[in-house]
Write a protein that binds this ligand. Structure first.
Ligand code: PLP
Length: 410
C-alpha cells in the first residue's frame, strides 16, 4: 500500500511469477505479446491433465470444457466491464474484426459511410475498408497530427453524418501509445446513430477499462497482450449481437454469443484466459471483494507504476541527442517509438538483442500511422514498451544499449 492508501505493485514479486523472465532478457516487447505467469501455464496444463471433451456432451469432461468457456466469458467481462453473454471468443482480434466486418457490412447499403482512423493498427482498419468496398460504402479517414501523435476528436464533427454506420477507432496506438478521447468520439458517433468498434488490444493491459464509459458498442482485446494465451475477444451488448447474422455453419449454435464463434474452441487456452484475469486482479488489488473491483484497483496500480517507469525511460532517451522520439500525446501508454540517427531500426533491435534487450522494430502493423509519420518505407522505428513486469533494470539496460550505439553525446 502506498502513502496515499493506494495499492502499489510489488514488482519483484510480480516478476517471480513469470518463469520466462528468468532467462535474463529485458522484455520490452510486451506490446507485441507478454510473457505468461505460472498460474496461467498451470491452468492450461491442468485442463489437459484433468481431461476435456468437446462442447455439449453428457459426460464430465465435456461439462468441464463448457464450464471453462463460461468461466473465460465471465473473466473477460470482468476485465473490460461487460456482460458475459456478450463476450465473443476467437483466435485473435484480427480474425474477430474480419468476422464483425462481414456481419455488420451485411446491414450496410450502398452510399452509407464508415469512419476509420490513421492511428489504428491495421486490424481495425483493413477489414472495414475491404468490407466497405464490397458493400459500396464510402470510407472516411480520421487523421493524426504527426507533430503530436494526437487524434483530435473535433475532426469527427465533419467526418460524421446521417449516413455514417460505423466508427472504428483504437483506445491506444500500439506504437506511439496515444490514447485518443474515445468517449468523445463515440458520443459523436452515437449522436448520428452510428455504431462504434473500439480496438482495445493495446490499451487493455495498461490500465482499468470500462467499455460502457468508453461508449464502445464493440470492444476488442487479445489475451496474449495481458499475460494470457493467444485468444481474442470482442465484447458487446448481447442485445446488439442478437441483431447480427454472421456467416455460420447450419448445425452450429445460433445463440448469442456462440453464433459468432467458428469451430471448436481451444478449451485449455480458455482456462488460461481466466487464470490471466485472476492474476491481473491479484497484482495489486485488495485481496477480497468482487473480481471486477479488484481488477479496477489492480490495473490503476499498473497504470501509475508504468507511468513512473516510463518517465525514466523517456527522460533517458531524450538525453541522447541522436534519438528522435515519435508521438507526445497528452494521454498515452508506456510505449516509446524512436529512431537512432545513422542506424536502421532493425540494426538497433539487433544491437539491443545482443545486449539482452528485446524490442520490436518496423511498422508493427500500424500501417497508416507509420505512413503518416513518414517512416513506413524506411523501416519504421524501434518500439520499446513497458508492462507491469518490467523494472528499472530493464529500462537502464535499454538506455545503456542505445547510448552505446548512438555514440558520444553531441
Ligand atoms: C492495437 C492492436 N490492435 C490489433 C492487434 C491485432 O491483434 P491480434 O494479434 O490478436 O490479431 C494488435 C496486435 O499487435 C494491436 O497491437
Amino acid at each position: 500500500m502506498g502513502d496515499s492508501g493506494r495499492m502499489t505493485l510489488d514488482v519483484a514479486a510480480v516478476r517471480a511469477a513469470y518463469p520466462a523472465l528468468r532467462d535474463g532478457y529485458a522484455y520490452l516487447d510486451g506490446a507485441a505479446g507478454t510473457q505468461v505467469p505460472t498460474p496461467v501455464i498451470d491452468a492450461i496444463a491442468s485442463a489437459y491433465r484433468t481431461g476435456i471433451g468437446n462442447s455439449g456432451g453428457p459426460f464430465p469432461a465435456s461439462h468441464r470444457s463448457d464450464a471453462i468457456t463460461e468461466g473465460a466469458r465471465l473473466a473477460v467481462a470482468d476485465l473490460v466491464g461487460g456482460d458475459p453473454a456478450g463476450v465473443v471468443l476467437g483466435p485473435n482480434t484480427t480474425t474477430l474484426v474480419y468476422r464483425f466486418a462481414q456481419a455488420l457490412a451485411a446491414t450496410w447499403r450502398p452510399g452509407d459511410e464508415i469512419v476509420v482512423s490513421q492511428l489504428d493498427h491495421d486490424a481495425n482498419v483493413r477489414p472495414w475498408v475491404q468490407a466497405a468496398a464490397r458493400a459500396q460504402v464510402t470510407v472516411r479517414w480520421a487523421e493524426v497530427d504527426p507533430s503530436t501523435g494526437e487524434l483530435p476528436a473535433e475532426q469527427y464533427d465533419t467526418l460524421l453524418g446521417e449516413r455514417t454506420r460505423l466508427v472504428a477507432v483504437t483506445a491506444a496506438s500500439n506504437i506511439i501509445g496515444t490514447r485518443p478521447d474515445v468517449a468523445a468520439i463515440t458520443a459523436k458517433a452515437h449522436a448520428v446513430g452510428a455504431l462504434t468498434f473500439v480496438d482495445g488490444v493495446h490499451a487493455t493491459p495498461h490500465g482499468p477499462v470500462d467499455r460502457v464509459a468508453l461508449g464502445a458498442d464493440f470492444y476488442a482485446t487479445s489475451a496474449y497482450k495481458w499475460s494470457g494465451p493467444h485468444i481474442g475477444a470482442v465484447i458487446a451488448d448481447p442485445a446488439l449481437l442478437e441483431t447480427l447474422r454472421p456467416d455460420k455453419l447450419l448445425p452450429s449454435s445460433n445463440d448469442v454469443p456462440q453464433r459468432f464463434e467458428t469451430g471448436t474452441a481451444p478449451f485449455a487456452d480458455l482456462a488460461g484466459v481466466t487464470a490471466a484475469v485472476d492474476h491481473l486482479a491479484a497484482l495489486a488489488g485488495p485481496a477480497t471483494g468482487a473480481r471486477r473491483e479488484r481488477l479496477l484497483a489492480s490495473m490503476a496500480a499498473v497504470e501509475s507504476y508504468e507511468r513512473e517507469l516510463f518517465g525514466v525511460l523517456l527522460r533517458g532517451l531524450e538525453e541522447i541527442p541522436q534519438i528522435t522520439l515519435y508521438g507526445k500525446a497528452a494521454q498515452r501508454t508506456a510505449t516509446a517509438y524512436f529512431r537512432v540517427a545513422g542506424h536502421a531500426p532493425r540494426e538497433v533491435a539487433e544491437h539491443l538483442a545482443g545486449r539482452g534487450v528485446n524490442v520490436w522494430h518496423g511498422h508493427s502493423y500500424a500501417w497508416e500511422l507509420t505512413g503518416a509519420l513518414g517512416l513506413r518505407d524506411s523501416g519504421g522505428a524501434v518500439r520499446a514498451g513497458l508492462v507491469h513486469y518490467n523494472n528499472r533494470a530493464d529500462v537502464d539496460r535499454l538506455l545503456a544499449g542505445v547510448a552505446e550505439l548512438a555514440g558520444p553525446k553531441g
